[in-house]
Design a protein around this ligand. Sequence first.
Ligand code: SIN
Length: 339
Amino acid sequence: MTRDIVMAARPKARIVLIGTGGTIAGHGASSINTSAYDCSVLRIDDILADLPVAASIADIRTEQLFQFGSENFGNAQLLQLGKRISSLLKRDNVDGIVVTHGTDTIDETAYFLHLTLKSTKPVVVVGAMRPPSALSSDGPLNLYHAIVVAASQVAHSKGTLVVANDEIHTARDVVKTNTFKQDAFRSPYGPLGFIVEGKPIFYRLPARRHTTESEWSIDEIDEVPEVGIIYAHGGMNDAMVRAMLDSGVKAVIYAATGNGNVATSIVDSLVDARLRGIHVVRGSRTGGGVVIRNAAQPDDRYDWLVTDDQVPHKARILMMLALTGENCARKLQNAFLNY
Ligand code: SIN
């Protein structure tokens, strides 16, 4: 007597794939153009059509939301993308989202989504360092991996993820660190996991608050304030700092040298900024390590903040969100310690 074991086939995940442009949508004159090519020319439907294997893991619907290089992602576009994803995630017939995105600011957009989306469903942001037309383009495999992760049960409740070069990164930590290499994405504490033979494997979890545990909801934010970044160098010019402070920003991230040192020539202007109601956040241009309160500068006395370990361009995203509901320096400081 034979016994037939009938396994119920798991239904395929329903994924929405949102195109926004970037190198993953780029095209070069020849296959050796790995770094010089036209960005943001392929439509998301065409990109997906070139990846027929993706249909074996998910039912995929596409949307072309933008078509530009990611350096053009302003606050209005972040809000538009976040609100669109939020409304899709509320639908029972959507199991996960993949966003194709230029790599230059992928870490900023992903962090914004990580802090504002109120869902446990996977949201994966993906890009490519080489256009699909180039030899050894990373676009098709990165996109396949992103769809695999978005379709996976194990990717739930981990916040927004960035997938690149076989790695799964948390949006909080990931930073683009190279102009042309395929392993351009680094998280200071390592990736959360890998995709091996089409299977996502997680080894770590994000420790800080995000998505459902975050105090910000994209559905309740219609505007974010302007926050600027001042990039430090030896012998800073006070005139540049004053120009930034006069530009209408509500806060400035000071990407300081080393562990948050501030040149004597600009201390008075930054103290003055606080008196004018502009918050000052000391960060570091080094790309690693922690900026400690009251160490290099007397933050309590000046009413300044520190970024903890966040890089300046992502500290800007966090500060914009923090300022939507709060203006007290002590509470704003907590944002950097909790997220
Ligand atoms: C961009 O960020 O839009 C251009 C560069 C890239 O996608 O790698």
